[in-house]
Design a protein around this ligand. Structure first.
Ligand SMILES: [Zn+2]
Length: 116
């Protein structure tokens, strides 16, 4: 389950940032996860709970993870149609060429977090 490693990285980034901002306990984490980001939201939530149960210092024991789903979106470089691709390389429904350029759906990042 590579979500364990992904979540580990995310928590590490938050920890570093929280230190700088003098935040001792993080209580809320908002994460944006794109449809095509290769990370499964359910597995991320599980990973978050595992880390939480390990009693990480900077993470409040009731910390909450919110996952914001980002829909995949592509724009055709030929006809400029915007559409929802089902995979990274998607065929434009108007031109029938694999001419779509992804403009959303690959995001995997912390939107914000809260603590004190
Ligand atoms: Zn097109």
């Amino acid at each position: 389950m590579h979500e364990m490693a992904l979540m580990g990285d995310i928590l590490h980034l938050i920890e570093e940032d929280a230190k700088k901002r003098n935040i001792k306990k993080v209580e809320e984490v908002d994460l944006i996860v794109g449809e095509l980001s290769n990370a499964l939201p359910d597995a991320l939530e599980m990973a978050f709970d595992v880390y939480k149960s390990q009693g990480i210092d900077f993470l409040d024991k009731n910390a909450k993870l919110t996952i914001i789903h980002e829909k995949a979106k592509a724009i055709c470089v030929i006809c400029e149609l915007e559409y929802m691709p089902e995979q990274r390389i998607a065929v434009c429904p108007a031109c029938n060429f694999p001419s779509g350029k992804l403009i959303a759906g690959e995001t995997f990042k912390v939107k914000s977090y809260k603590g004190n």
